[in-house]
Design a binder for this molecule. Structure first.
Ligand SMILES: Nc1ncnc2c1ncn2[C@@H]1O[C@H](COP(=O)(O)OP(=O)(O)OP(=O)(O)O)[C@@H](O)[C@H]1O
Ligand SMILES: O=C(O)[C@H](O)COP(=O)(O)O
Length: 408
């Protein structure tokens, strides 16, 4: 168990708060979507209202990417969301950063620069080694405590996530706490339990399917999206060149064998699409998987209506449904039906849990709501659903194992 904000005497304490505000970025380099910032408002406002001095730590993008930008516009938006001034500084652990953090007074909030502007932050370390990085050694001396609210990044063993709690008392923020509560007790959710695996990250989905079937966590795995297409091919369906080339180009060709092995081992628990939607004359056209023409060259872009009816029947009897990834190319109006209808049906299940950051924003756009829990995490949620430990959570649970390193 990790300590939470309930265990922290906040007033007058300088707290480094790691959040995950990694967000879509517009062409002008500023924030395009504030969903991830809004998620952290409760944690940050609680700390500020309780008289904390808050230094926000976060990453944005990956080196080399178009979204690898500074956190200046994030700080501006946080200021609006928190209803108080939030300073931004273009440094993270230098003497200038230490001076600014050291000068904070009760209720002040500052956003430090994108942690990944420093090369060590984009590497993965054991916690003890992470505690020796420049970021942790530079900043820890001016912090009294560390709060990790960045559930969505908790599967990374990076210095800002595992180094600080190794040298400072660490606490889970409110987002982290609620994610761990829900995703950490999957075994206790009502049965039968159904996992819906869609989207395009075929290897991750097959890992999840293997793991939940082996552990007896899943009664049914429903496949959709590119994942469903891979299972159809593994089952001997000739989906045609367009779908096959897509899978090959994404580097998932070898996953077909893994899907076939899974069908051999657990086939009776795995549901495959019965029909797919393709584009014909500019419109949605549905075809049964047994009625696909030879030399078919139309890509399977969504699950069809009889698959939806079949999956809805399974969901009617479910106690819990866990969904990850869209059922089709929901970005195109003709192919959003599978995702919209399947996720809508899932909201009627007693416990419905959605993992996958991009899926969550797609659902908001489609106006589908009413789930028991929508995770802020993509990779982190998937990892928890396979009951694998998250390095950042383990580091919090272990607590400080080292004395705070002296600064260079
Ligand atoms: N049949 C299909 N053919 C091609 N692309 C598909 C198909 N079905 C779904 N997709 C694509 O899958 C993408 C989303 O998949 P992904 O696995 O990244 O889900 P996600 O919810 O974004 O996960 P995460 O939040 O973990 O990143 C969408 O862009 C969608 O267009
Ligand atoms: O968006 C995410 O999934 C997290 O912020 C982690 O980002 P990363 O995959 O670049 O480490």
């Amino acid at each position: 168990m990790t300590d939470t904000l309930d265990d922290l005497a906040v007033e007058g304490t300088t707290v480094g708060v790691r959040v995950d505000i990694n967000s879509p970025i517009s062409d002008d380099g500023t924030l395009a979507d504030d969903a991830r910032l809004r998620a952290h408002v409760d944690t940050l406002s609680e700390l500020l209202d309780r008289g904390g001095r808050v230094a926000v730590l976060a990453h944005q993008g990956r080196p080399g990417g178009d979204d690898f930008v500074s956190l200046e516009s994030h700080a501006d938006r946080l200021s609006e969301l928190l209803g108080q001034p939030v300073d931004y500084v273009d440094v993270t652990f230098s003497s200038a950063a230490r001076e600014i953090v050291g000068d904070l007074t009760n209720g002040d909030c500052v956003v430090l620069e994108n942690t990944r502007f420093y090369s060590e932050e984009y590497m993965e370390f054991e916690p003890e080694r992470a505690a020796q990085t420049h970021l942790v050694k530079g900043l820890a001396p001016v912090l009294d405590a560390y709060v990790n609210d960045a559930f969505a990044a908790a599967h990374r063993s990076q210095p800002s996530l595992v180094g600080f709690p190794t040298v400072l008392p660490g606490y889970a923020g409110r987002v982290m706490e609620s994610e761990l509560d829900v995703l950490g007790s999957i075994e206790e959710t009502p049965e039968p339990r159904v996992y819906v695996l869609g989207g395009a990250k075929v290897n991750d989905s097959i890992d999840v399917a293997w793991s939940v079937l082996e552990k007896g966590l899943a009664d049914h795995v429903l496949t959709a999206g590119v994942v469903g297409n891979v299972f159809l091919i593994a089952d001997g369906v000739d989906l045609g060149d367009a779908s096959s080339d897509f899978i090959y180009d994404q580097g998932y060709w070898d996953e077909i064998d893994r899907a076939a092995d899974l069908l051999d081992a657990y086939g009776e628990h795995v549901a495959l699409p019965r029909d797919v939607a393709v584009e014909r004359n500019g419109e949605r056209h549905e075809i049964g998987v047994n009625a696909l023409p030879p030399k078919n060259d139309e890509a399977a872009m969504d699950i069809g209506s009889s698959t939806l009816a079949y999956y809805e029947r399974i969901l009617e009897d479910a106690g819990t449904v866990i969904l990850n990834g869209p059922a089709g190319v929901f970005e195109e109006a003709a192919f959003e039906q599978g995702t919209r209808q399947l996720y809508e049906a899932a909201t009627d299940v007693e416990t419905s849990i959605v993992g996958g950051g991009d899926t969550a924003s797609a659902l908001r756009r489609l106006g589908v709501e009413g789930f028991s829990h929508v995770s802020t995490g993509g990779g982190a949620a998937l990892r928890m659903l396979t009951a694998e430990p998250l390095p950042a959570v383990t580091a919090l649970e272990n607590g400080p194992t080292q004395r705070q390193p002296a600064d260079d």
